[in-house]
Design a protein around this ligand. Structure first.
Ligand code: ZN
Ligand code: ZN
Length: 239
């Protein structure tokens, strides 16, 4: 069956994410946008995954547990998992590799986790938008060892995109690459399409952005595992 997924969504826990992106609001917006699935990909943390996943289930949606991890080269990588527990465990490893810089909300943004009722249940101390101590190679190895899937995010973006930072795609096991919404996939100016399957997500930092960009994905099973299996097979097709 074919499903529609926005595989790059932030919550109120990301310092640059709107405080309106509560778990319930994310799920409602995703459903209203006609999506079947989202991936929650906050910067360097998975703490908001359980509440968002519960709200998604209430709306009949799949939530792929994820993290947008930052490498030591300042490359953003979407890390997808098929179990919440694995994402949470990986999230702890990621957090432990962040520099001990304390987030000052007035200057750096709020880093709050909310429950299903929209109540703040946790404030995260370390600034989440910093680079971890992991190199790209180390990060990809760790994600794969945990059974996850690593997809470099918005590769064409000059800052924090793989091509912008390195100028090339290194020979690592990437089943898919994420391009930014403004990348012209028809013209494919970076020549990626012959070698890599490309996906795009909204990179929503405001509720209104959720589902603005999505992928049609042919899945054998309506679950996070089904989506990961489909991405590994490279059957994502342009919207
Ligand atoms: Zn990013
Ligand atoms: Zn992002």
């Amino acid at each position: 069956m074919k499903i529609r997924a926005d595989l790059h969504v932030h919550s109120c826990l990301s310092p640059c994410g709107s405080l309106r992106l509560s778990p319930r609001e994310i799920a409602r917006r995703a459903r209203a946008a006609g999506l079947d699935a989202i991936a929650l990909t906050d910067h360097n943390t998975a703490l908001q995954v359980p509440a968002v996943a519960r709200c998604c289930r209430d709306e009949g949606l799949i939530c792929v547990p994820g993290i947008e991890a930052h490498t030591s080269e300042e490359i953003h990588v979407l890390c997808f998992f098929d179990h919440e527990a694995t994402a949470l465990a990986f999230g702890k490893e990621v957090y432990d590799r962040l520099p001990p810089v304390v987030c000052v909300p007035e200057k750096m943004g709020d880093q709050v986790a909310a429950n299903e009722a929209g109540e703040i249940v946790e404030t995260v101390e370390r600034f989440l938008a910093n680079a971890t101590g992991w190199t790209l190679t180390e990060l990809v190895e760790r994600v794969n060892a945990l059974g996850g899937l690593a997809a470099p995010a918005h590769v064409d973006r000059p800052s924090s995109g793989l091509l912008g930072r390195l100028g090339f795609v290194p020979p690592l096991p990437f089943p898919v690459l994420e391009v930014s919404p403004r990348y012209d996939r028809e013209r494919d100016p970076e020549g990626l399409a012959p070698t890599y399957r490309l996906i795009a997500g909204s990179d929503a930092h405001e509720p209104e952005d959720i589902g603005r960009v999505s992928e049609a994905i042919e899945v054998a099973e309506r679950s996070a595992r089904g989506i990961l299996d489909a991405l590994r097979r490279g059957v994502a097709t342009p919207s």
